[in-house]
Design a protein around this ligand. Structure first.
Ligand SMILES: NC(=O)c1ccc[n+]([C@@H]2O[C@H](COP(=O)([O-])OP(=O)(O)OC[C@H]3O[C@@H](n4cnc5c(N)ncnc54)[C@H](O)[C@@H]3O)[C@@H](O)[C@H]2O)c1
Length: 302
């Protein structure tokens, strides 16, 4: 099947591309390398270095005529969204509207959209299910949510199916430790460099850490299921940062004490997502934090 992956040079997108190619699909990647890397790109993929919302991209998509579009390109930094909400909204909201138009003109059958737990904001209850209120606390949360609405309405007005996936905290190989990167990537980077990472607050905050391989399997799973619906993709379990740190410190055979710093303003204390809805359809995560980390550590030595 012909599949377009936007953001296929990024952390998550590149893993999806690998799996699609391994399954014999014909994969086109559009990525402007603004936060992704060419080293992440599978050499068997077709690749255009360009903005996914450009007119060239429209032409390329029309020529390629993908059946499915997996949309992962985005402005992904919460901090940047707070400093420059216009740029954030332009890529994430306007960009996605343009992509919908390009998909429609190219006769795409289905679009899969990578959304985020950031749309929920501070949880009213745990685990957060898909019916939880939407009250994002960052512009990034707004710019990930607004396209969900456009996708829903656009697809119902046109011959296009969609699935929206709201990811918990994703971790795994190729995650960037730079900038605000994922906490697992940051801990890994510090520990491998024999440096103590910082923990903000008492470290008892919990997050739902899902291994990137489970995110990949969810994307492939919904290629022909879960049409015109939205799903959390998560482990359903909260893991404290202290617990995560201990697992990483011991797993890497280090004995480094982290630096405890004052809590960061606006940090959510506890967050984990209910994954029962996607599970009911037949998908389940194969990894928990321990087995996911074991896989990451094993791959460090390969
Ligand atoms: N990492 C997480 O924990 C997480 C959680 C929830 C949702 N998501 C979503 O998953 C998707 C992928 O995130 P990631 O963590 O892999 O980030 P990433 O930064 O590694 O990947 C994003 C990719 O999109 C590309 N890109 C950005 N703007 C572009 C543009 N205008 N045109 C073409 N390419 C562009 C970047 O170069 C990069 O390769 C994003 O949509 C993000 O919002 C990620």
């Amino acid at each position: 099947m012909k599949i377009l992956v936007t953001g296929g040079c990024g952390f998550i997108g590149s893993h999806i591309v690998d799996e699609l190619l391994a399954n014999g699909h014909d994969v086109l990647v559009i990525d402007n390398l603004s936060s992704g890397y060419i080293r992440n790109l599978n050499k068997s993929a077709r690749f255009y270095k360009m903005d996914f919302m450009s007119l060239e991209a429209e032409r390329i998509i029309k020529e390629f005529t993908p059946e499915v579009v997996i949309h992962h390109a985005a402005q992904v930094s919460v901090q940047k969204s707070m400093i420059n909400p216009v740029e954030d909204a332009t890529t994430n909201i306007i960009g996605t509207i343009k992509l919908l138009d390009y998909c429609n003109k190219a006769g795409v059958r289905k679009i899969i959209y990578a959304s985020s737990a950031a749309v929920y904001g501070n949880p009213d209850y745990l685990p957060i299910n898909e019916d939880h209120q939407i009250h994002p606390i960052s512009y990034y949360g707004i710019s990930k949510y607004t396209p969900e609405q456009y996708i829903r309405t656009f697809c119902s007005n046109n011959e296009l199916n969609y699935t929206i996936l709201r990811y918990a905290n994703v971790f795994g190989e190729r995650q960037d430790a730079k900038g605000e990167g994922g906490v697992v990537a940051i801990f890994l980077d510090r520990l491998l460099n024999h440096e103590p990472p910082s923990l903000y607050g008492d470290g008892e905050q919990t997050r739902d850490f899902i291994y990137v391989k489970d995110i990949v399997s969810a994307n492939l799973f919904v290629m022909d299921k879960g049409n015109n619906d939205l799903f959390n993709v998560s482990t359903g379990e909260g893991v404290s940062l202290n617990n995560l740190y201990d697992l990483m410190n011991s797993g890497l055979k280090k004995n480094i004490t982290p630096i405890f710093e004052s809590p960061r303003k606006g940090d959510i204390l506890h967050s984990y997502l209910d994954n029962a809805k996607l599970k009911a359809l037949g998908w389940a995560p194969k990894f928990n934090i321990e087995s996911g980390l074991r896989d990451v550590f094993k791959n460090l030595n390969n």
